[in-house]
Ligand binder design. Structure first.
Ligand SMILES: Cc1cc2nc3c(=O)[nH]c(=O)nc-3n(C[C@H](O)[C@H](O)[C@H](O)COP(=O)(O)O)c2cc1C
Length: 178
């Protein structure tokens, strides 16, 4: 097999697992959004999700202070807005207004859901032991919402450097993994 060496800086593009999400946070009545693709499932129930949030982001400060957020999962029709939220900072602008997204109050946390996203996971920070070293927050999902009208959500997946994939064909196999 002809293999070529891959720059270590490109490894993440092969392993980027789940969909790109929008993380919403809020403090003192002001909500913010950031685009996030470095996340991983850690437990089935209660669902635990690990997320890397860089301390260079405004969202880092909000998440650290409030210990609450919402993971919103967008579909491909929102791709431009999703990238926009990843290229701007809530320290300077109100992203809900600038990108025309609609905040909806959550049931259990102070951060809002995004109405346009087909799934919304209300989260509380469960573990901060790796925040100082990696910006890695362990989040517990305390409430989850799904838009019944969206049957096969075409989620967005990050490949790096402005390249994205959208979810496509599904296959069903016998698997022992629940
Ligand atoms: C596709 C994409 C994925 C991103 N994934 C992450 C991520 O996993 N963690 C992170 O800290 N920043 C990530 N970012 C960068 C933040 O979204 C970006 O720094 C944003 O401006 C932060 O906004 P804020 O300052 O309002 O919090 C990503 C950006 C894009 C476009």
């Amino acid at each position: 097999m002809a293999r070529r060496s891959l720059a270590l800086s490109k490894v993440y593009g092969l392993l980027e697992p789940g969909p790109v999400v929008l993380l919403s946070t809020a403090r003192a009545g002001k909500a913010n959004l950031m685009t996030l693709s470095w996340h991983t499932m850690m437990e089935f129930e209660p669902p635990l999700v690990g997320c890397v949030v860089s301390d260079r982001n405004h969202s880092f400060r909000l998440l650290k202070a409030t210990r609450e957020c919402v993971i919103n999962i967008p579909t491909a029709d929102l791709a431009e807005k999703v990238v926009g939220c990843g290229n701007t900072t809530g320290a300077d602008i109100d992203k809900f207004t600038v990108f025309g997204l609609t905040p909806v109050p959550a049931a259990l946390v102070g951060a809002p859901l995004i109405a346009e996203c087909f799934a919304n996971l209300e989260c509380r920070v469960a573990d901060t032991r790796m925040v100082a070293s990696y910006g890695f927050f362990v989040l517990e999902v305390v409430r989850a919402w799904l838009d019944r009208a969206v049957v096969r959500p075409r989620t967005i997946h990050h490949l790096g450097h402005g390249n994205f994939m959208t979810a496509g064909e599904r296959i069903k196999l016998r698997s022992k993994m629940k």
